[in-house]
Design a protein around this ligand. Structure first.
Ligand code: AMP
Ligand code: GLY
Length: 425
């Protein structure tokens, strides 16, 4: 079967490596892809925003399944347009992608289906929002309603910070995404990400991970798309996972079906695990980046078969087979990331890292320049290693990182610190 994968990041490279292992696959296309994926797929220069061109390509090439990596094409309705043309897709429709595309939509669903989350209110004007901040008091969280590339959230520790965030969002800092603002209670606990594969009616638990959002060691500096991750997340015990499935994922599946927007694809729950149990921070409607780079190396099933079953509404009953090993990934970013990443820095000796046992290197923002490989974006490479413990996976990942010669890049040196400390305790 021929498959088209949409996207160009480390997440999509990891997806491509897993899809390429499937005996069902005859050919993998990626649009637009990155140089790392060229080893397992044909890169196609399609404009992802041009749905008609994607449909035409699928018909011409007899593509039987489209896998959508990032959120923007989902929210733009790519899956709807593919399905209208009779092409199967792994990912939610535009209506179902509102779970990621609108924080207010998700909070209302939580209210209607008693899904545990922070108390909240939605606002379309600054006056009432400022009054609510003063009434509830800090710490409090101010969020732009729409997609803001992960930057639309301010966790305010003082009323002044919260008021400034409200004003900034209504002043248009995030454009239309900030025309509505959600203000919610601050949740205390340990964050974790949990992923379920869904077929419109049922959800199959997949895996957990923990991300590192801040750019600097010790969780300091500005937020990023993610500087590293590991899977599984030790805080996601079997008991917590069962509660997440029962209290958060199952009612969400029911609610979406009842709203006429059955959810299929990946449901990515950002969770806060606190004294009262798991609470939902947010949903994403796609795989995480870099969480995918640590979950897929642990997955021992056939990813293409699983995605096809999800797209066709016939997920298996049996749990997804996952290795008990830990996978840990370190993101190599271009100096200046996240504010002003420096493009063009040369990357050498990648093959040394790739040759190491238990190590997988995936590309994100890279580009070929003649026979050189150069940085072409903020997050440039992911170095992932498997190990019998978080400490072992971490040691292997950093050994591989240190084999790579990328003078214009940097990484965090402490990915996994929380889980390593837990192992030592
Ligand atoms: P989001 O984009 O909604 O995932 O928010 C980004 C980050 O802000 C999360 O990963 C959390 O670290 C933090 N955050 C969001 N909402 C809350 C909340 N209600 N309480 C505490 N932290 C939060
Ligand atoms: N790493 C967080 C995300 O993919 O949204």
């Amino acid at each position: 079967m021929k498959v088209l994968l949409i996207g160009s990041g480390g997440r999509e490279h990891a997806l491509a490596l897993s899809l390429a292992k499937s005996p069902l696959l005859s050919k993998l296309f990626v649009a637009p892809g990155n140089p790392g994926m060229a080893k397992v797929a044909d890169l196609v220069a399609l404009d992802v925003a041009n749905h008609a061109a994607i449909v035409a390509f699928c018909k011409l090439m007899d593509v039987r399944l489209v896998v959508v990596g990032p959120e923007a094409p989902l929210v733009a309705g790519l899956v709807d347009d593919l399905e209208a043309a009779g092409i199967r897709a792994f990912g939610p429709t535009k209506a179902a992608a509102q779970l990621e595309g609108s924080k207010g939509f998700t909070k209302d669903l939580c209210r209607d289906y008693a899904i545990p989350t922070g108390a909240y209110r939605r606002f379309t004007a600054p006056g009432p929002a400022l009054a609510y901040v003063r009434e509830r008091g800090a710490p409090i969280v101010v969020k732009a309603d729409g997609l803001a590339a992960g930057k639309g959230v301010v966790v305010a520790m003082t009323n002044e910070e919260a008021e400034a965030a409200v004003k900034m969002m209504f002043d248009g800092a995030f454009g239309a995404a900030g025309a509505e603002v959600v203000i919610e209670d601050f949740l205390d606990g340990e964050e974790a990400s949990f992923f379920a594969i869904c077929d419109g009616a049922r959800a199959l638990p997949f895996a957990s991970a923990q991300d590192h959002k801040r750019v600097g060691d010790g969780d300091t500096g500005p937020n990023t798309g993610g500087m590293g991750a590991y899977s599984p997340a030790p805080v996601m015990t079997p008991d917590v996972e069962a509660r997440v499935m029962r209290e958060i994922v199952a009612p969400t599946m029911r609610g979406m079906a009842e709203r006429g927007a059955p959810f299929k694809g990946v449901l990515f729950a950002g969770l806060m695990i606190g004294a009262e149990g798991p609470k939902l921070i947010e949903f994403n409607t796609r795989f995480g980046d870099p969480e995918t780079q640590v979950m897929l190396p642990r997955y021992q099933g056939d990813l293409l078969a699983l995605m096809l079953a999800a797209a066709e509404g016939r997920l298996p009953e049996s749990p997804a087979p996952l290795s008990p090993q830990t996978a840990l990934t370190v993101v190599l970013a271009a100096k200046g990331y996240p504010d002003a990443p420096q493009k063009g820095g040369e990357i050498r000796a990648l093959d040394k890292a790739e040759a190491m046992a238990h190590v997988v290197v995936t590309h994100a923002g890279t580009k070929r320049d003649g026979d050189r490989l150069v940085a072409n974006g903020g997050r440039v490479l992911n170095v992932t290693a498997l190990g019998g413990s978080v400490a072992q996976a971490q040691a292997r990942a950093y050994e591989a990182v240190d084999a790579i010669d990328f003078p214009d890049g940097f990484c965090r040196r402490d990915i996994g610190w929380r889980a390593v400390a837990r192992e030592k305790a």
